[in-house]
Design a protein around this ligand. Structure first.
Ligand code: ADP
Ligand code: MG
Length: 216
């Protein structure tokens, strides 16, 4: 279970400061598939980054089970992330100088974990013919499937996806969504998806709306 208490983030100080997230309290049960919707600038990415220990809150806490992840120092946060959380971003964020296979295996290398599940993941994402290609040789949809494989390689409990279909054509977006739905259904991954797309939100079990840094 993921739980936040008064989770808040203000960027900057004084006159120019921006209160991007205000006292967010939410609970997400294991195995839930949740859409996070809201206008551009409403605080969606801020929330996801805090939940993913990519950034520290200015106030409040976030728990994974009993672990307060907001109290971890940078090194411990990175380690927690590597073992428990997979990320999928709008612009894929693959390393261009690595092949698809090398990108996928990178989190396993960093965590010093074996990647026995590599072939299974690659097959289930329809990437077997593409693993030796570089990102520039892949379509957007294929790059995002590589990013999902990379997110899955350490078998995390949680996938955090920030507009995963936002940069894809309709067909590739639908394929990526189908794959995320499958991860949720068959592997009981807890999945949070930030999206602008009502069709994507409609496929999720629950929708959280953010407006001006506040959760509804
Ligand atoms: P969303 O993902 O919903 O579009 P964000 O969480 O990215 O929104 O941003 C929320 C607010 O915080 C916006 O007003 C944005 O300009 C501001 N913001 C985001 N990141 C930073 C940052 N690193 N420094 C200053 N302001 C930021
Ligand atoms: Mg955003």
């Amino acid at each position: 279970m993921i739980k936040t208490e008064n989770l808040s983030k203000t960027y900057g100080k004084g006159d120019g400061s921006v209160a991007a997230l205000k006292n967010a309290g939410l609970t997400i049960e294991d195995g839930e598939l949740v859409a996070i919707i809201g206008k551009s600038g409403s605080g969606k990415t801020t929330l996801l980054n805090l939940l993913g220990c990519l950034d520290a809150p200015t106030d409040g806490k976030a728990f994974y089970g009993d672990d307060d992840v907001t109290s971890l120092d940078d090194g411990k946060a990175a380690d927690f992330r590597l073992r428990h959380i997979g990320f999928v971003f709008q612009f894929f964020d693959l390393l261009p100088e690595l092949t698809a296979a090398e990108n996928i295996l990178l989190p396993a290398r960093l965590a010093k974990k074996s990647a026995d599940n590599f072939q299974e993941i690659v097959d289930s994402l329809g990437l077997s013919e593409r693993v030796n290609h570089y990102p520039s040789q892949l379509s957007g949809g294929q790059q995002q499937r590589v990013a999902i494989a990379r997110a899955m390689i350490n078998d995390p409990e949680v996938l955090l996806c920030d507009e995963p279909t936002g940069n894809l054509d309709e067909k590739s977006g639908r394929e990526v969504m189908d794959l995320l739905l499958k991860m949720n259904r068959e592997q009981h991954k807890t999945i949070l998806i930030v999206t602008h797309n009502p069709e994507v939100a409609a496929q999720c079990g629950r929708t959280i709306e953010i407006s001006d840094g506040m959760i509804f």
